[in-house]
Design a protein around this ligand. Sequence first.
Ligand code: F6R
Length: 633
Amino acid sequence: MLWPMCGIVGYVGSQQALGIVIEGLRRMEYRGYDSAGIAVVDRSGADARLAGAKKAGKLANLEKELDVRPLPASTTGLGHTRWATHGGPTDGNAHPHFSDSAGVYTDLTGKVAVIHNGIIENFARLKAELAAENVTFLSETDTEVVAHLLARDFDEAGDGDLGAAMRRVVNRLQGAFTLVAVHADAPDVVVGARRNSPLVIGVGQGEAFLASDVSAFIAHTREAIEMGQDQVAEIFRDGSVRITTFDGEVVEGKRFHVSWDASAAEKGGYDWFMQKEIAEQPQAVADTLLGRVNGQGRLKLDEMRLSEDELRAITKIIVVACGTAYHAGLIAKYAIEHWTRVPVEVELASEFRYRDPILTKDTLVIAISQSGETMDTLMAIRHAREQHSRVLAICNTNGSTIPRESDAVVYTHGGPEIGVASTKAFLTQLTACYLVGLYLAQVRGVKFNDEVAEVLTQLSDSPAAIAETLNRMEPVRKLARSMVGARTVLFLGRHVGYPMALEGALKLKELAYIHAEGFAAGELKHGPIALIEQDLPVVVVVPSPKRPLLHDKIVSNIQEIRARGAKTIVIAEDGDDVVAPYADFLFHVPELPILLQPLVATVPLQVFAAELADALGYDVDQPRNLAKSVTVE
Ligand code: F6R
């Protein structure tokens, strides 16, 4: 079975659906890029039918197909980009899936078309039931079951109500799913259903949208409505919207205004989104910090729905996150423990609930997630809430599932991140973690106001320091481009430099497909030093010389590996020339207090990985096998 984790868009209005859907898919292709497909309602003939196209591979393949075989004009349509965890993505398995209760359908036309993100767990049983009624299946997907059920149900009811048919069908499904459907005989409506995976509504003037995220329709409207779990949305040609529960009860969706515009989701002259997003980091961090201090100079976190009493009662913090967000959590531990003296554990979200973690109502679980949809992290917070712990989300995506299911949220306000590899999301997550640490310290009275204010001032200096770091990246780019032959690269760090080493290695693995590992520098002598051989590139993140204990130790570590032939690439603070004799390449970053150093020292690691990947001819924004939003466990 293929498990889609995909980008979804639906449109109804007065504009041509084809252009709008393709544009939406382009903006969401980062979610999955194994195949793409589209369907529109074709009212040109006597008998209303759907027309569609789908192609394995990237969206460009679908666009080529549409050039050769254009679709009819239509103002109602939907489209899909797909990511599969296993099994070969083919044209036939691409979405949409079509059906017609009269049995007159192919894999590109029929009466009903369905797209899907998630897994229909009981599809085998439903498929057997349909097969027994002589329904012919054209694909191997679970999704196709929904197309056949919907076609039959719509015709059996005979009332032309696609929303009602969808409600009846979803009540037969088990699993996680976002579904969007159109029907040739209901051309003025597009219907969506949501359980566990994301779906958001865009409300325009005389038009409406359904999409996995707002970037799909941001060029047309910035007015959006969040959808809750187990809800069905019907969007109509006049721009009106009706949301109901799976049981048919009408509910009011939460409206919100998207604070960024279409240009934020475009490359704007950069070669890749990742390059743009790296460059946006000073602004993104500044935006995370914006408006966090009240008239009395005290830190305030507007979306913090936990009371000061609740925060004072906390005895332990557990950070749960995945990948890059997990690395942000590892760094946050150093800062939060130092500032608050509350013990902090950091746990991979995918491991968390399986180890029976000790959770009480006085445990604060901090979930860090750019997308707010990562299934591993979502499952971790659900487990924590079942155990009555409080959950605070640090998230970049307004209205996404993780903040919705948390007790409190601090939004990072980083703007859309489209490159699959996290860059500005990482720095803004770190910034939000610092804010949370300082806020806890303030609320719990373990830091004086002027101490909190001092760190806030240092934080407010960081965007300029990040900008300065970006100005110095040419030698990093040059070095990366000279290293296309590297087979392995190691990364070392101490203190917050250790999670930075992990992050540097992750970036290189995912973008340049080069074997890379991050180590705590002190751990090297306990085994990994055996890996060092002549000319092996080793990147070392050096802490400030103002922390002599740490600094001296890492300088010794650099000497140890250099003595064994390593080519050392050293990232050190301005003015730190002690390391110069042991560095084959030395890059200086502006001075920041050690806890904040990741805000600048991560930048060369990001640039290094992206440039090396590009030099190797890889797609920097869409690395192989990955998807931006990992909505399966
Ligand atoms: C790596 C990367 C991933 C994500 C991880 C969590 O560059 O982007 O490791 O950090 O999949 O994603 P979110 O933050 O959306 O939960």
